[in-house]
Design a protein around this ligand. Structure first.
Ligand SMILES: Cc1cc2nc3c(=O)[nH]c(=O)nc-3n(C[C@H](O)[C@H](O)[C@H](O)COP(=O)(O)O)c2cc1C
Length: 255
């Protein structure tokens, strides 16, 4: 299938797509845009063309709405929302609606990926959730038992049966070949989840268990070559934060 299709009857030869093409795959010839090899299907030509002369045949473009100034968020609101974000570890026993799950995944889908690989995968723990949590708890309890011989902070660590997923209704494991892409997708997803009134906990402990224990990893059925990069535990918060906590100053180097 062609990566992109140029409708020459609509192309006015303005060159906006040529200028913005990261792969230098577009060029002008006879006042019309032409495609050569190297296209990474990033869609910039599709997005920038004033005449809608570019089509992407391999993609569903039904949700590709026009961008208007309404699409941008004012900076104060966005920064305040990001600073108000808290890791949530207490959840209400209310399921997350499918429509909200779809929106969270949509946010992940639109995060940038290196070379536009779009190689991030989302594993939603449904029937397997309890079994996986049991396996992780077992592994973690055994690790804490050994560790407590060397570290006093581990002695009083209570690993209860819901230690990993905290009774939250939704768990999404975000995976990839590459940590950066999956991490960025997760950050987008968290912001969207927050905007839907949902709280998120990243479980580094779960990803650690998935990396250490072949049975847990196998049970996740991740795509070939993928590793669990983040485990996002999501639900309606059963905790109400009153103010933004302080942070360390940023470490900024100016060279
Ligand atoms: C990669 C990553 C892994 C984390 N893993 C855990 C975890 O396993 N258990 C947990 O309770 N919190 C976990 N957290 C949450 C952090 O502890 C939390 O971000 C930190 O305490 C600061 O709180 P805040 O997110 O509310 O600002 C994780 C956060 C990140 C970014």
């Amino acid at each position: 299938m062609e990566k992109i299709k140029i409708d020459s009857s609509k192309c006015i030869g303005c060159g906006k797509c040529v200028k913005d093409c990261v792969a230098s795959s577009l060029y002008l010839e006879g006042g019309k845009v032409k495609l050569r090899e190297g296209c990474i299907e990033c869609g910039h030509c599709f997005a920038v063309c004033p005449e809608k002369a570019i089509e992407m045949p391999g993609y569903d473009t039904s949700g590709c709405v026009e961008i208007t100034p309404m699409t941008s968020i004012d900076s104060d609101t966005l920064l305040q929302a990001m600073k108000s974000r808290r890791t949530v570890r207490q959840f209400k026993d209310i399921p997350v609606e499918q429509e909200k799950i779809d929106r969270i995944l949509e946010a992940g889908r639109y995060a940038p990926t290196g070379a536009n690989s779009q190689n991030v995968a989302y594993t939603i723990l449904s029937d397997k959730k309890d079994e996986l949590e049991r396996e992780c708890v077992k592994l973690f309890r055994a690790g804490v038992k050994v560790g407590s011989k060397f570290s006093s902070s581990l002695k009083n660590k209570d690993i209860n049966d819901t230690f990993f997923f905290k009774g939250a209704p939704l768990v999404i494991v975000v995976s990839g070949h590459d940590s950066v892409n999956a991490t960025l997708a997760s950050a987008y997803m968290e912001i969207e989840a927050n905007s839907l009134g949902l709280g998120v906990l990243y479980s580094g402990f779960f990803c650690g268990c998935a990396a250490l224990n072949p049975k847990i990893k196998a049970n996740l059925h991740l795509p070939k070559g993928h590793k669990a990069v983040t485990c996002m535990i999501i639900g309606y918060p059963a905790v109400d934060y009153k103010r933004i906590p302080p942070r360390k100053p940023p470490k900024v180097n100016i060279l």
